[in-house]
Design a protein around this ligand. Structure first.
Ligand SMILES: O=C(O)[C@H](O)CO
Length: 326
């Protein structure tokens, strides 16, 4: 019965947030309150909330918000990356943290390939030319780079990185990868990937560099001036990881000076970028607003997983995808 369902705080419902079809999954088990409505009277709503559903950083699980939620049992994250959550702090309050591994991998890898292809083949420029009434003949100036048979360097060969490699194989790409740990030989052979112990070797040899690492203290600023200077001037950098993995000032310089050909980014720091950010004014950058997982099937799977995690936490049962500190 409606009145007996526990309360969940979520970002926003409707046009700017979860579509209704998706919130229905949450409503099966929870009464939901949007962050916007919660903010109208936190003292009234705060004590009843047992679950908080966060979608990347919205709403931000900061101490000032958590202190208003004395009954909170779980922060259920929609997505695999939990770099935006202070897990040791949240768990120190007796609140569980969960994420949604696995279900995001295909959609995120598809997005990586979509960005790679769109940048390589200048799809956005093509769309602009096709819809420009002044275009009267074939825009020969739209001259992309070849994808088939090129070299794809994947940095971060977890679930998502490996799915990128599978897709790259379909394009007859030569695949290099750099990862903390080498994958099993069978995994490498299945996609024809070669391990580069030294990331510099991958950067020097790749036509496309795909960032698929998690954001940690080791990967923060991983691609900076020195790394960009090692890349080919014809190379394209694709980021489906987190904005902070790239030193954005260095990237702007590299794109302006022609150190690299182009960048295609689904993630930036911050998100969204301020309207006057230099990256937004460069013609050799393609930016999408962190939409790697935004398909209905993947979103539904993620939300179902968030709900399963949250329901377990509220019932005091083991949380299927619990994230522990460290
Ligand atoms: O972490 C993830 O899975 C995606 O980036 C969504 O936030």
């Amino acid at each position: 019965m409606e009145g007996e369902k526990p309360w969940a705080l979520i970002s926003v419902v409707g046009e700017q947030g979860y579509p209704e079809k998706v919130t229905d999954i949450i409503k099966e088990h929870f009464q939901i309150i949007s962050y916007k409505d919660f903010c109208k009277n936190p003292a009234l709503h705060g004590p009843k909330i047992q679950a908080m559903m966060v979608w990347y950083n919205i709403p931000e699980a900061k101490p000032s918000l958590l202190s208003l939620l004395p009954s909170l049992k779980v922060v259920a994250n929609g997505g695999v990356g939990i770099d935006h959550l202070d897990v040791p702090y949240i768990t120190s309050l007796g609140v569980k943290v969960s994420n949604t591994p696995g279900v995001v991998s295909d959609a995120t890898a598809d997005m990586g390939m979509a960005l790679l292809l769109a940048s390589a083949r200048m799809i956005v420029e093509g769309q602009q030319a096709a819809t420009d009434p002044n275009t009267t003949e074939n825009p020969h100036w739209i001259m992309g780079v070849e994808v088939t048979g090129s070299t794809l360097g994947i940095i971060g060969m977890g679930h998502i990185g490996y799915k990128i490699a599978q897709r790259g194989k379909g394009f007859d790409m030569k695949i290099l990868y750099h990862n903390r740990n080498r994958r099993k030989v069978e995994d490498e052979q299945a996609v024809g990937a070669s391990f580069c112990q030294n990331m510099d070797d991958l950067l020097k040899a790749s036509d496309f560099v795909m960032l698929a690492v998690s954001l940690t203290s080791e990967t923060n600023g991983l691609i900076s001036r020195r790394e960009l200077s090692l890349m080919k001037p014809t190379a394209t950098l694709v980021n489906i990881s987190r904005g902070l993995v790239i030193d954005q000032d260095a990237l702007v310089e590299a794109l302006r000076s022609g150190t690299i050909r182009a960048a295609a980014l689904d993630v930036t720091h911050p998100e969204p970028l301020p309207r006057d950010h230099p990256l937004l004014g460069l013609s050799n950058v393609l930016i999408t607003p962190h939409i790697g997982t935004n398909t209905f099937p993947t979103t539904r799977k993620m939300v179902q997983m968030m709900v399963d995690n949250a329901v377990a936490a509220v019932k005091g049962q083991p949380v299927p995808n619990e994230v522990k500190p460290n």
